[in-house]
Design a protein around this ligand. Sequence first.
Ligand code: PLP
Length: 409
Amino acid sequence: MILSARVKNAVESITLEVNEKIQKLTDEGRYVYNLTSGQLPFKPQVPFIESLKKQINFLKSYQYSPVSGFPDLKNKIIDEYAKKRNVDLRKEEFHYDCVISNGSKHSIYNVLGALVDPGDEVIILTPYWVSYPEMIKFWSGVPVIIESRAFDAYTPDIDNIRKMISPRTKAIIINSPNNPAGISYQDNWMKEFSLFLEENPSLFVISDEVYSDISYFDPKPTYFYQHNEKLLEQTIIISGISKSLASTGLRIGYTLAHEKIIKAITKLQSQTTSGANSLVQRALVEFDFSQIEPYLVPLKDQLRDSSRILREEFRSAGFPEAWYQTNSAFYYLLDFSRTPYFEERYGQTSEDKAYEICSDILNEIGVAMVPGSMFGYKNSARLSLVLELAPFEEAIKRLTAFLSNKKRE
Ligand code: PLP
């Protein structure tokens, strides 16, 4: 079969492979501590489920929605977002509008389709969400990667971004709170980033904010455009309901940007997927968004506890330098190269051993993680912090014992 080069050159997600391995071990009767989850392990809140139930009775819920989404929902999202960020998205000179898509992954894909011509460069910052480079390549763009280090809590230096700007640079994607690092870029970074953008007015910023409601240590995430509202003119905001409403399967994401970009995305969407599903959109029109915050309180309590377990276990295992403070989203990126296991086994190698280490850890101590290579960060693994506390603690004890070369009975 002759498949397109586009598809042949795409990198397949490793999650599938890891899940198959977990299934195999489980079938063999082994208990696996699964730290791979990219979604919340519980149902959405009752008021949202009630809104869905109510809308199920209406014909409108089963028919095509307008391509860019129902106008009442789009307006509500713009107003909610303006309130949440304390910025004036209704200011006439910004010409802001909204388009609703089938999940924020789809939103990002559409934005790139609307902006990127073959050979255009899009800057992404490590560690990055796995799909960014692949989506850029699908549109024949070139991902330009800026490194960061665990030592700096995975926050890249803005001077390094500045150095990579070329005449072909079209956009930069930032993701704060970050998957997989579990941190938000601090306000002083956002301030510096806003100054950098002022220097580069033709650069678009795609601000992926899907985790912005999940912040469990102060300060709460802030954004560069809050330092200078005028930057909204070059900003494209992405968010959705997958994480805030624990609804990854309902597939609703949205884009807020200048109306010209929204029109271009709508055109693209009209010839590909059409509008997002009507039932969920109608339910969202009715749902009171202010209920998201109280709903997330127990989750944030759990995330604070999980992050405390990480700190204490890393400290007592004797490699505190592998630890950094997470504060948002629900992940931790473990840098293996800062552990005794790595130093003894691989020394100063510059090769990426993440797959090998994750596979050894899964086979030997039954702890499943996603290799960090997927996120552009070698010799690391992403741990999800949403497993219940007791098994999470046991998994971390096993992991730290393994990485400090001690056996745990
Ligand atoms: N952006 C980031 C950083 C993510 O982690 C995810 C999902 O894990 C998405 C976007 C896409 O979310 P969805 O398409 O479910 O809205």
